[in-house]
Structures are given as structure tokens and as C-alpha cells.
Design a protein around this ligand. Structure first.
Ligand code: NAP
Length: 290
């Protein structure tokens, strides 16, 4: 890898990176990652590849053949990509999904940076004192919740309580990480009581996401006024849940940071260099405003 201070000049040393998904043309990752390469002077270029179902093995062969150094993986390939990789990091294995591939001389290694990206963002933006000893409520038990619960469980919280519309999914998720920390699943009727005690309440559902922006996953009046309210959604940047929680006095934390930091970890795994996080955030914010 060359580092000349010029970044994103394209020549015969340029190293390729990219993101695969279906659909993919909405992705903000190319804007964010190419800004990161420019900012750090790394001679890399990052593109979006529309890879449809059934083509992930062909794609992996292409990555090996072309020496593509790094790939991000998004919906719907985070699970099916796992069967075509050479090695899967323990965290990604526990989560059951891969969102980042590092190509080490033809060996493709899968990681999951979604959960650790979320936790890094939460700690830097809203919970500077750390998460040890905190009571955390996670609403939702889908794919994103899995990565987040895995990463939260590694931070020594006092307890994680998971509530989900389909309570069996919440139970399954709690069971998967029970060995790592005190973790429970509760039915909706117990959500209010759990929120009243929580230091951090996290919405991992799509309730409140554009275009249905008026929805909220819980009544903000249930939250302690000094709690942190966190939402994975970043469209809109401040959901109705976060607006109401802020009105109640809570510290709020939106989903943009998770997106930035999952990319920051991927950048760091690929390049071994610290990610230029503020520049990455600035580029995504600018593109969201257009
Ligand atoms: P997913 O696997 O489809 O899970 C969706 C979750 O939301 C499930 O727990 C589902 O409950 C719940 N849910 C959906 N609609 C609901 C409703 N009307 N009432 C109650 N619960 C409802 O999706 P995901 O991949 O985890 O994504 C979830 C959210 O996180 C999305 O808004 C996504 O944009 C966001 N996200 C953000 C980032 C980021 O970088 N900031 C990254 C990934 C995801 P059931 O189990 O009962 O269906």
C-alpha cells in the first residue's frame, strides 16, 4: 500500500475496495470511504457493486483473483457470504453475520463491525463514562440488535433487557449471549418497568424510520430524565423518539455514528491506520443534506 498524501489518484498501484448488496445504489459507503482514502493519502478506491442472490461465490472468486483488499457486505448478503470465506472472526461467528471482509493474500477473513461500531459511537458521543455497571434496554431483536447485544455484553453492563414484538426472538437473542453477561428477555408488558430503571434505552427496530417518521418504540415519559436514549435509525437524523427523549431531558444518540464507526473499523482493519472519523462523518452528513 502506498501513502503519498495524494489519495484517490488512480494509477497502477491503486488498491480496490468496495461494498456489495442488493439494492446498493443508495449506499453512502463509497462517499464516506473514498473521503477516508483521500484524507489519509492512501492510494485506494472504493466502489459499490450490485451483487444479486446466488452470485456471492462468484464475487468472492473475483475478490481473490483481482486482489480486492477489502469489502463491506450489506443486505441481503451478511449471512450467505459466510459460506464462501476462508475464516470468520469469533465475534462475527457469535453474531452470525459478516459485514466486513479482509483479503489477506487470497485468504478472505470475515468480521462484523456493526456492533462494535455502534458501541464505539455510543461511548464517544453519549456515554463517555463507559458502559460498565449500566442497565441497558434494547428494543428489537433483529439483525442489527444481534451485533449490538454482542458488543454491549463485552462492556460489563449490570444488565441487558431485550424487548421485541416477537418475544421468542428476544428470548433467542438473550440465550445466545447469556454466558457473557446478565441478560433477560421481557414481554412488551414489562417494557415500561424496564425503561424506568434503565440508564440507556436503545431502539434497534425500524419504528420511526423514513417515511413513517411519526412512530416511536416507547413512550419517552417512561425514561429516567438522566438516561441516554439511543436510536439506530439515521434517516431522519433525529427520530421522534429522540426528539421526545431530548424534551424529557435525556442525552440523545442517533444512528449516524454507528454507520460511521462500522466503516471506521473496516478502514482500520484494511489499512492498519486510524480512520479519519470527522472527515468521514462530514462527507456523509453533506450527502444526506442533498
Ligand atoms: P430486521 O432484522 O428486519 O429487524 C427489525 C426489528 O424491528 C425486529 O426486532 C422487528 O420485530 C422490529 N420491528 C419492525 N417493525 C416493527 C413494528 N411495527 N413494531 C414493532 N417492532 C417492529 O432489521 P435490522 O437490520 O435489525 O435493522 C433495524 C433498524 O436498524 C433499521 O431501522 C435499520 O435502518 C437500522 N440500522 C442502522 C444501522 C446504522 O448503521 N445506523 C445499521 C443497521 C441497521 P419482529 O422480530 O417482531 O419482526
Amino acid at each position: 500500500m502506498t501513502s503519498t498524501g495524494e489519495g484517490n489518484r488512480i494509477d497502477s498501484h491503486t488498491i480496490l475496495y468496495g461494498v456489495i448488496g442488493d439494492p446498493i445504489r443508495h449506499s453512502k459507503s463509497p462517499i464516506m470511504m473514498n473521503r477516508a482514502f483521500r484524507e489519509t493519502g492512501i492510494n485506494g478506491i472504493y466502489a459499490a457493486f450490485h451483487v444479486t442472490g446466488g452470485r456471492v461465490a462468484d464475487f468472492a472468486a473475483g475478490v481473490r483473483a483481482m486482489g480486492i483488499r477489502g469489502v463491506n457486505v450489506t443486505i441481503p448478503h451478511k449471512l450467505d457470504i459466510m459460506s464462501v470465506l476462508d475464516e470468520i472472526d469469533a465475534g462475527a461467528q457469535a453474531i452470525g453475520a459478516v459485514n466486513t471482509i479482509v483479503n489477506e493474500d487470497g485468504r478472505l477473513i470475515g468480521y462484523n463491525t456493526d456492533g462494535i461500531g455502534y458501541v464505539r459511537s455510543l461511548k464517544e458521543e453519549a456515554a463517555e463514562e463507559g458502559l460498565a455497571g449500566k442497565r441497558i434496554v434494547v428494543i428489537g431483536a433483529g439483525g442489527a440488535a444481534r451485533g449490538i447485544v454482542y458488543a454491549l455484553a463485552g462492556e460489563s453492563p449490570a444488565r441487558i433487557t431485550i424487548a421485541n414484538r416477537t418475544v421468542d426472538r428476544a428470548r433467542e437473542l438473550a440465550d445466545a449471549f447469556r454466558a457473557k453477561c446478565d441478560i433477560e428477555a421481557v414481554p412488551d408488558e414489562q417494557l415500561q418497568a424496564a425503561c424506568r430503571e434503565a440508564d440507556i434505552v436503545i431502539n434497534t427496530t425500524s419504528i420511526g424510520m423514513f417515511p413513517n417518521t411519526e412512530g416511536t418504540p416507547v413512550d419517552a415519559a417512561w425514561l429516567k430524565p438522566d438516561a441516554v436514549a439511543s436510536d439506530l435509525i439515521y434517516n431522519p437524523l433525529k427520530t421522534t423518539f429522540l426528539q421526545q427523549a431530548q424534551h424529557r431531558g435525556c442525552r440523545i444518540h442517533g444512528g449516524l455514528g454507528m454507520f460511521i464507526y462500522q466503516g471506521a473499523y473496516a478502514f482500520e482493519y484494511w489499512t492498519g491506520r486510524p480512520a479519519p472519523v470527522s472527515a468521514m462523518r462530514e462527507s456523509v452528513l453533506a450527502s444526506l443534506q442533498h
